[in-house]
Design a protein around this ligand. Structure first.
Ligand code: AHM
Ligand code: MG
Length: 335
């Protein structure tokens, strides 16, 4: 790339030249990116900033919160509440929705996020990230309620994540393909480093937590079993496995070099549809993957078509290289 394109310039061009986003959505995305920069600095300080370890509290899903989960949540709330672009926010770390306080102007967007995904990796210095999804407040809705957030993923107007790894990378879609920006710490800005991200349709790499194998359902067991048989099995090729236990990092690898990611329903807690949350994990990641030419399903239905019933609803997730996702879907069809 001859001259550097900043996130601000990319967004201005999406608004002014391509007409893909209105000014308020541009502002919203700039603010989210600014918050991610600040979270990246906190993550970077680690033990020196006193940010590691547990916070001695639990979130609505009964998971122990880490100090950085709470810090990241606060950073996102504070950055976004006063700009006038939002009506309300929802987060993995908050039981219910957060309405923009009355003292600030109300906007037309709803922001949903997992402030720090991959929390089990915080203290061990492995990549973690922020996942976000943007919806429009339904027409005619005056004061926002939780039901305004219960929209299928295909309604998203922007989605992305920021991965805090060896580099801090912001990955974004506004429905015009997927773009990646790397944080230039000297300049303090995100710089466009990859456009038109494409997930190869075929892959020899899968990501799943194998320790849950005995709890899986038959179609998932069959798919992984065939991968494990390698060259000698029905697939006729050897597969490689990766599992980072940070969805952001696993999805980032898949957007970079292909692969299939699975966190399926399993028999440990049969009443739960899976581990990952639909609204602020599966939906934004599914849209990014689809925008990059991949596919995403719960095994039986396209994730972006699912009608959410609950704010913190869970879902079974299979996403990544198209041909592999379609194969897993076929295996589900047969049962
Ligand atoms: P979190 O949002 O509480 O961090 O949980 C979500 C994470 C995903 O990033 C990751 O894919 C998965 O949980 C790992 O789960 P497990 O530890 O069961 O392998
Ligand atoms: Mg998460």
């Amino acid at each position: 790339m001859s001259s550097k394109i900043s996130l601000s310039r990319y967004l201005v061009e999406q608004q002014r030249d391509k007409g893909n986003i209105p000014a308020n959505l541009r502002l919203l995305l700039e603010v989210v990116a600014r918050a991610c920069k600040s979270i990246s600095h906190a993550v970077n300080k680690g033990a020196l900033g006193g940010v590691l370890g547990s916070a001695d509290s639990e979130n609505v899903q009964g998971e122990v919160q880490k100090k950085l989960d709470i810090i990241a949540n606060e950073v996102l709330l504070e950055a976004n509440e006063w700009g006038g672009h939002l009506a309300a926010m929802a987060s993995e770390e908050m039981d219910s929705i957060y309405l923009v306080p009355n003292r600030y102007p109300q906007g037309e967007y709803l922001l949903l996020f997992d402030p720090l995904d991959g929390s089990s990796n915080i203290d061990v210095n492995v990549s973690i990230g922020t996942i976000f999804s943007v919806l429009k407040k339904p027409e005619g809705s005056q004061s926002v309620t939780e039901s305004d957030f219960l929209q299928p993923g295909k309604n998203q107007v922007a989605a992305g994540y920021c991965v805090y790894g060896p580099q801090t990378t912001l990955v974004l879609t506004v429905g015009d393909g997927v773009v990646m920006f790397t944080l230039d710490r000297e300049q303090g800005s995100f710089v466009l480093t990859q456009e038109n991200v494409q997930v190869p349709a075929d892959t020899k790499e899968f990501a799943i937590n194998m320790s849950n194998m005995r709890h899986w359902d038959e179609p998932v067991r069959r798919y992984i079993d065939e991968c494990l048989q390698g060259k000698d099995g029905p697939r006729g090729k050897d597969f490689n496995m990766r599992w980072i236990a940070s969805m952001v990092a696993d999805v980032h690898r898949i957007l970079t070099r292909g692969g299939v990611f699975m966190y399926p329903w399993d028999k440990r807690e049969p009443h739960k549809a899976g581990k990952l949350r639909l609204l602020y994990e599966a939906n934004p990641m599914s849209w990014l993957i689809e925008q990059a030419g991949g596919a995403s399903t719960n095994g039986r239905q396209r994730i972006l078509d699912l009608q959410p019933e609950l704010l913190h609803e869970r879902v079974s997730v299979v996403l990544g290289s198209k041909n592999e996702v379609e194969r897993v879907t076929r295996y589900h069809d047969k049962t």
